[in-house]
Design a protein around this ligand. Structure first.
Ligand SMILES: NC(=O)c1ccc[n+]([C@@H]2O[C@H](COP(=O)([O-])OP(=O)(O)OC[C@H]3O[C@@H](n4cnc5c(N)ncnc54)[C@H](O)[C@@H]3O)[C@@H](O)[C@H]2O)c1
Ligand SMILES: [Zn+2]
Length: 373
């Protein structure tokens, strides 16, 4: 992993080298403004189609709207559907997009997943460039090539692996992001500290207020660091047959919470916040991690901001969703458990009774403990 670090303002280029594709993640203030230069340096040329959402286009997309054809999809998780895909494909046919065309995904994880998916199936696959506009998308979803939409049976059930040709992560576009969305990305970013990087974790402990206040330099450093870790993990396991699973730290219980709250009250990153607490407590119950480190993890999560209340979320629904996920997907629940700050292990051997206890504890705490504001 090579990351050139120069004083702010600067641009860092993080290479992702895979068997069948290679691309760069460019992180820096202004990279999204100079989009044409970066597209041409990546060997991409007209015609381009930008896929985004009205809210994002109004907030930070005026420049792009002047330069390219733009198509909007509705806001929210519900837009990750085959209906949206079908509408976009109609539009792409109407615009006569060819195999040489490039889709530009300008948005958060929802836009990135849908736009990546349509790019992967139109004419058996055309190029996609990701310009992530949420912190969560900059540190996670824009990198690694997972695309897809939801099915009523499960989230992200229909999808492909389709790597982008370029990722442009510009911290300036995050300025208009609502506070809750920004915090949601911080939880996902903290994940990288726990799974791989004690120094990153300590940055959260030391500089919480700089991160919370979106200090431009701190945000840029954070995005670059997380992107480099994700790139590194994806490079050693592109299709998630081994190491890449560590990125699911906090996601088993997290997904259960999201599903139990019907993807409405809890944001993805917030669910991962709770899910990381759950995984740390399971690790402690199995004697895999010291209590001191569990407390550090819980404190770091609480210091990011207030997690949403969990009143009304029923443990039966959370546990049911975890079981359902297991049935639909891998047949076993793989837990990513922390052993220390910066080190995790993946195990299918967690007694369900223990998961039940921990989930009940989290739901109980969710009525008060993590409501720090
Ligand atoms: N493909 C992957 O590897 C991967 C990884 C993690 C998450 N995901 C997916 O990502 C999705 C969640 O993504 P998300 O958290 O980015 O949510 P999101 O895409 O729904 O965006 C959150 C909200 O912020 C708004 N917004 C985005 N950028 C903005 C800006 N700059 N200014 C103002 N408003 C802005 C959006 O319109 C939306 O209302 C989930 O569907 C999840 O499954 C995918
Ligand atoms: Zn996630």
């Amino acid at each position: 992993m090579t990351v050139a670090t120069v004083a702010f303002p600067s641009m860092q280029s993080i290479p992702v080298r895979l068997n069948h594709s290679s691309y760069d993640i460019l992180v820096g203030a202004g990279v999204a403004v100079e989009v044409e230069k970066h597209l041409s340096q990546a060997g991409l040329c007209e015609p381009f189609l930008v896929i985004s959402q009205p809210r994002i286009l109004n907030a930070v997309g005026k420049g792009l709207k002047k330069k390219f054809a733009v198509e909007s999809i509705p806001d929210g998780e519900r837009a990750k559907s085959l209906t949206t895909v079908s509408r976009l494909l109609d539009r792409m046919v109407k615009l006569n997009l060819t195999r040489q065309s490039t889709v530009i995904a300008f948005g958060g994880g929802v836009v990135g997943d849908v736009a990546g998916f349509v790019a992967s199936i139109y004419m058996r696959g055309i190029s996609v460039v990701q310009i992530p506009t949420t912190l969560l998308a900059q540190v996670d979803s824009s990198i690694g090539g997972k695309t897809g939409v939801n099915h009523r049976a499960a989230k992200n059930l229909i999808g492909t692996f389709h790597q982008p040709r370029l990722v442009l992560s510009d911290p300036l576009v995050l300025e208009t992001l609502p506070d809750r969305e920004y915090a949601s990305g911080l939880y996902e970013a903290l994940k990288y500290g726990v799974i791989r990087d004690p120094a990153l974790f300590e940055e959260f402990e030391r500089n919480t207020s700089m991160l919370r206040n979106r200090d431009p330099e701190a945000v840029e450093r954070l995005v670059a660091r997380c992107a480099a870790i994700k790139a590194d993990v994806v490079m050693s396991d592109e299709k998630e047959s081994g190491l890449r699973r560590i990125l699911n730290f906090g996601h088993t219980v997290g997904h259960g919470l999201e599903a139990a709250a019907r993807y409405q009250r809890i944001k993805h990153g917030e669910a991962v916040g709770y899910g990381m607490v759950a995984a740390a407590r399971i690790g402690r119950a199995l004697d895999k991690i010291e209590n001191h480190d569990v407390r550090r993890i819980e404190n770091a999560i609480a210091s990011i901001g207030r997690l949403p209340l969990l009143n009304g979320v029923r443990s039966k629904d959370v546990l049911g969703a975890i079981q359902h996920d297991k049935k639909v997907r891998d047949g076993a629940i793989h837990f990513v458990l922390p052993r220390a700050i910066g080190q995790v292990e993946v195990t299918p051997d967690v007694p369900f009774e223990m998961v039940r206890e921990v989930v009940k504890g989290i739901l109980n705490d969710g009525k008060r403990l993590f409501r720090t504001g």
